[in-house]
Design a binder for this molecule. Structure first.
Ligand code: G1P
Ligand code: ZN
Length: 542
């Protein structure tokens, strides 16, 4: 019944910021996906009879890998596999299913906001029993296993019909195909004041939600249109497509520009939002005002107590290091702890499990809470809706009041994509080497106060993660962070994070690019971006 297939290692299966991401063509090589999945299974203890969740964002190659993974799970002794109908589970929904059904873990098949299609990207990520991405100890063990793997296990079985809800058998294992939306929608109803949102809608409140041809379509339709009562058509691009309609399903001002233009137009609804390929990111735009993800985290934290789930207050807030310090000021005002972690959601897991934080966020449009162990796009949208419905206030007014109270962290991220790996490595190496000499140095009108390469010591388990990004802090609270992306599939992406703090009483309603001019110049002069990359300007500014 169980078939052992001999194989040889691939040397490029090191998981990045969020799982293993490669071109579809790489995953289509014989044994490639199988090797990685078997390596995951080989490091999971106690899998005999256990439940495994398999989620996917519906992108090209999703169904094929699900069928392979189901047979391999049966051969590896799992008792049950839970999979979403059509092979679909948004990443936050998968996290919820893992927790709710007491699964030992889950395979999440996604390359998030990266494009999909035969020549585009695919990915596999392993999440552990808390529903969150495997921590580095586990991903390191998986990678080590990929380097000495010599066989993978499968059973002879037909493909299962992923379109039909119900139970089937594959080998000795049960496969449950479930409604991907129901449990998630029910969870959202427990967290938020749906009645208050319904009352606001009845009073004329309108919104536009762009699913970007990706996984959140069915979730957003069910929650926003069916349960809350927003007008039909509120959810745009709501059909999950294998290639996301040829677009980049990344909810930022570049890729969701149609939504942005709508929100800046005279016909704008009250509220605009979008989510990414696998449903964990969010974009928030009020009528006439874009809310940066860093500001969104701060504003959500400041007002979270208006939602039933957070009525008793927040235990703490965590943000990734490159995320602006806007939330820090909220934590200070609330008298709760603030944690600064490396980039990537996996670093929030321990803090959430230990009950030390309630809300977390990243500048890359990720926000979430202790309700699951992934960032959650629709959750952020619903918390915003809950807050706006209770406050009966436009986003613009809420944002202005927030800045008037806490000051404003002007913020932008500049991405240089597809840079030659040696050029990017050279830039980072030179920057790192320059760090000891930077404090006290004047760069244009700015003076460097401190500079380091961020090292994180996990306050829960004491583990250390070094080289997590170069930080250059200036007198007055401005900052530049440099790091290389860990999610790309070709070449290197240099990310430059620029932040300038304007205190209460300062210029709080200026245009962001105007406020960052000196920092942009300083970034080039400190890192030699042009010299190393040959680029005059970034490819993407968010
Ligand atoms: C990017 C984001 C990071 C996020 C990750 C997964 O990683 O910057 O915040 O957690 O995607 O969505 P990067 O490509 O920068 O390594
Ligand atoms: Zn994502």
């Amino acid at each position: 019944m169980i078939r052992t297939v001999p194989t040889t290692p691939f040397t490029d299966q090191k998981p990045g910021t969020s799982g293993l991401r490669k071109k579809v063509t790489v995953f289509q090589q014989p044994n490639y996906a199988e090797n990685f999945i078997q390596s995951v299974f080989d490091v999971v203890d106690d899998k005999a009879g256990a439940t495994l969740v398999i989620g996917g964002d519906g992108r090209y190659h999703n169904r094929e890998v699900i069928q392979v993974a189901v047979r391999m799970a049966a051969a590896n002794g799992f008792g049950t596999v839970i999979v979403g109908q059509g092979g679909i589970l948004s990443t936050p929904a998968a996290s919820n299913i893992i927790r709710q059904y007491g699964a030992i873990g889950g395979l999440i098949l996604s390359a998030s906001h990266n494009p999909g299609g035969p020549t585009e990207d695919f990915g596999i990520k392993y999440n552990i029993a808390n529903g969150g991405p495997a921590p580095e100890t586990v991903t390191d063990a998986i990678q080590a296993r990929t380097l000495d793997i010599d066989r993978w296990l499968t059973v002879e079985a037909e493909d299962i019909d992923l379109n039909v809800i119900g139970e089937r058998r594959v080998g000795d294992m049960t496969v449950r195909v479930i409604d991907p939306v129901a449990d998630y929608a029910a969870l959202m109803e427990t967290l938020f004041d749906f009645d208050a949102i319904r009352a606001a809608i009845a009073g004329g409140f309108t919104m536009a939600f762009d699913s970007m041809g990706a996984v959140t379509g069915p979730y957003a339709r069910e929650i926003l249109e069916n349960r809350l009562g927003f007008a039909a058509g509120t959810v745009r691009n709501g059909e999950p497509l294998e290639d996301f309609g040829g677009h980049h399903p990344d909810p930022n001002l570049v890729h969701a520009h149609e939504l942005y233009e709508l929100m800046m137009s005279p016909d704008a609804p009250d509220f605009g939002a979008a989510s990414d390929g696998d449903g964990d990111r969010n974009l928030i735009i009020g009528r006439g005002v874009y809310v940066t993800p860093s500001d969104s985290l701060a504003m959500l934290a400041a007002n979270a107590a208006l939602a039933p789930a957070y009525r008793d207050g927040l235990k703490g807030i965590a943000r990734s290091m490159p995320t602006s310090a806007a939330a820090d000021r909220v934590a200070e005002a609330l008298g709760i702890p603030m944690f600064e972690t490396p980039t990537g959601w996996k670093f929030f897991g321990n803090l959430l499990d230990a009950g030390r934080v309630t809300i977390c966020g990243e500048e890359s449009a990720g926000t979430g809470s202790d309700h699951v162990r992934e960032k959650d796009g629709l959750w952020a949208v619903l918390l915003w809706l809950n807050i706006l419905a209770v406050k009966r206030q436009p986003v613009m007014e809420l944002a202005r009041e927030h800045w008037a109270r806490f000051g404003r962290n002007y913020y932008a991220r500049h991405d240089y994509e597809g840079v030659a790996t040696e050029a990017a490595d050279g830039l980072m190496a030179q920057l790192r080497a320059s760090l000891p000499g930077l404090p006290g140095r004047a760069v244009g009108p700015l003076t460097v106060q401190a500079a380091d390469d961020f090292t994180y010591i996990d306050p829960v388990d004491g583990s250390t993660s070094a080289r997590q990004g170069v930080r250059i802090l200036f007198e007055g609270g401005s900052r530049i962070v440099f790091r290389l992306s860990g999610t790309g599939t070709s070449g290197a992406t240099l990310r430059v994070y620029l932040e300038r703090y304007e205190a209460v009483g300062g210029d709080l309603l200026a245009e962001t690019p105007d406020m960052l001019v000196d920092l942009i110049a300083a970034a080039d002069s400190l890192a030699g971006i042009r010299a190393h990359t040959g680029r005059e300007k970034p490819d993407v500014v968010t």
